[in-house]
Design a binder for this molecule. Structure first.
Ligand code: 5GP
Ligand code: ZN
Length: 140
């Protein structure tokens, strides 16, 4: 729990929300400024800023809830698809510093773009660089 966190205040009931799911670990509610009808945020109840800060069991609980909710959001919004996304850190556009997974209903006609439209100026990587970064991620 963080005193000045909007999402902790929602968990505590101090700020109202349109809650769509709640269990001991996880809560989900409608986004106050939705990108589409049914845009839902899924959060761990405990305050952690980023996905990589979550203990493994909380991460599992969070993504289990995302898994359970996605079809329900699509059905309620009559959406053909969803974009499921996390802005993970301020440099990635995260504004509320409490982990949240966006479930955004999508349709062919919504004018939205895919994740690959996020960054237009893409690196031109050769095989050596792919080798290097794969090794770095593996921790070789
Ligand atoms: P971020 O940019 O951090 O990934 O997304 C934060 C999201 O939280 C935004 O989509 C914004 O509309 C939503 N949001 C911010 N404040 C509130 C609030 O008080 N209640 C709800 N339900 N959503 C909020
Ligand atoms: Zn918080």
């Amino acid at each position: 729990m963080s005193d000045d966190c909007i999402f902790c205040s929602i968990v505590d009931g101090d700020i109202p929300s349109y809650t769509v799911y709640e269990d001991d670990e996880v809560m989900a509610f409608l986004d106050a400024n939705p990108l589409a009808r049914g845009h839902t945020l899924v959060i761990p109840k405990a305050h952690h800023e980023r996905v990589n800060d979550l203990p493994a069991d909380r991460s599992t609980a969070l993504f289990d809830a995302v898994h359970d909710l996605t079809g329900r959001v699509e059905a309620a919004a009559d959406a053909a698809a969803t974009t499921i996304a996390v802005n993970n850190g301020t440099a990635a556009g995260q504004e509320v510093p409490h982990v949240h997974v966006h479930i955004v209903p999508r349709s062919e006609a919504d004018g939205g773009r895919p994740i690959h439209a996020l960054i237009e100026d893409r690196p031109d990587v050769d095989d050596d660089e792919l080798d290097d970064v794969a090794a770095a991620i593996r921790g070789d």
